[in-house]
Design a protein around this ligand. Structure first.
Ligand SMILES: O=C(O)C(=O)C[C@]1(C(=O)O)C=C[C@@H](O)C=C1
Length: 379
């Protein structure tokens, strides 16, 4: 009996292998079709990311899946993952050049990670790109001559100084920066260059295969119509533009970036002080705890100076961190008093304040947790 079942099992596994191989050929066919789409998009200057097409396609596939007895979320998950490859493959084809007559694009700090990503995107779109890194200042005049765009992509603490050091640029040259704070760099650029100026903050790290679905914050400076083409170019790269004033941006960033990174820093410091055995914690961890450890731990895989800059360059971060400490201390008092009833009452109030977002976050994180679990494997 045992022998019969193991033979049966092997046969079934062989058939599963066949189905998986068919999936592979289907994926190959789909990737080829997507490459052809990429060529047309390149010619016509269409954005890589087509949200309406994606939404319509996913809805149809979900309905079809339901009729076929396939869980609709399964096909949606698969297609979303597959489309991530589409973005990367359409990137490789290159992009339509929206402003072929503009002069060279000079990237100050172009040898850094973000500078490299942007220089690739400009080159893939047919622009002449010149890089100016620390050692190139003696040749600055030649490098900036005739520049159509100057992109400042240097560490936050150097940004203002570098902007002040720029030579006189051609009148119509677009000056922009990619720093994660916006007020000070924007003011410095407006003071340095009388022509078109815009502040951008790409809300992503530099290790991306594509800008599809990523957000770029745009803080307008001066003469928007002269850099409208550039914003269109960034849309073609797949990014979503979010306009905000520099002050609005910096305020939001205190909560989104500075406080989050600072909190992660403190949590990391606490784990270290408690001599937490990370290996053991991972053995015990549920997907959510693993994800939390990953979000904290990934901070320490990166550059201390970058995060130091983000946290220390915003004067209000100190006040925000103090407020956070007050909340922590208030909550600690509940613990000291053993006041579980008050904890629950406050919990309900906070839940009410989150409103529908609480549900939305629960379902979004549910998907993330499931995929965190999928990626787990026995070591
Ligand atoms: O249909 C398109 O426009 C594509 O680029 C193809 C595709 C896909 O892989 O199906 C990829 C990216 C778009 O956001 C939408 C769909």
């Amino acid at each position: 009996m045992a022998e019969r079942s193991s033979i049966e099992l092997e046969r079934l596994r062989d058939r599963i292998d066949e189905v998986d191989k068919e999936l592979l050929s289907l994926l190959r066919r789909r990737l080829d079709l997507v490459s052809e789409v990429g060529v047309i998009k390149h010619e016509q200057g269409l954005p890589i990311y087509a949200p309406k097409r994606e939404a319509a396609m996913l809805m149809k596939r979900r309905d079809e899946a339901t009729l076929m007895g396939v869980p609709p979320q399964l096909i949606e998950d698969l297609l979303r993952r597959i489309m991530r490859e589409s973005y990367a493959s359409e990137n490789d084809v290159g992009f339509k050049c929206i402003n072929p007559d503009v002069g060279p694009v000079v990237i100050v700090g172009g040898a850094g990670k973000l500078g490299t990503l942007f220089s690739q995107l400009f080159r893939l779109s047919g622009y002449e790109v010149r890089i100016l890194d620390k050692q190139d200042w003696p040749n600055a005049e030649a490098i900036f001559s005739g520049a159509g765009v100057v992109v400042v992509s240097v560490p936050i603490h150097d940004t203002t100084q570098v902007i002040e050091r720029l030579p006189t640029l051609p009148d119509d040259c677009v000056l922009l920066d990619l720093t994660s704070i916006k007020q000070a760099p924007l003011a410095a650029m407006l003071a340095r260059h009388p022509g078109p100026v815009v502040g951008l903050h790409p809300m992503f790290g530099p290790d991306l295969a594509s800008l599809a679905k990523q957000v770029v914050v745009v803080c307008h400076g001066r003469e928007e119509r002269k850099y409208a083409w550039l914003l269109e170019q960034i849309r073609i790269w797949g990014a979503r533009l979010h306009e905000a004033s520099a002050a609005e941006h910096d305020q939001a960033m205190q909560l989104v970036q500075a406080m989050r990174h600072f909190t992660a820093f403190v949590y990391g410091a606490h784990l270290r002080r408690e001599r937490a055995d990370l290996d053991q914690l991972l053995q015990f961890s549920s997907p959510i705890y693993r994800l939390e450890l990953a979000m904290v731990g990934r901070l320490f895989a990166q550059d201390a100076r970058l995060y130091g800059d983000i946290i220390f360059s915003q004067p209000d971060t100190l006040a925000r961190a103090r407020h956070y400490l007050e909340r922590y201390q208030e909550s600690l008092k509940l613990l000291e008093r053993g006041d579980k009833a008050e904890f629950e009452a406050q919990f309900d109030e906070i839940a009410q304040w989150f409103g529908d977002f609480a549900q939305q976050f629960q379902s979004e994180s549910g998907n993330m947790l499931l995929s965190a679990n999928d990626n787990r494997c026995e070591s």
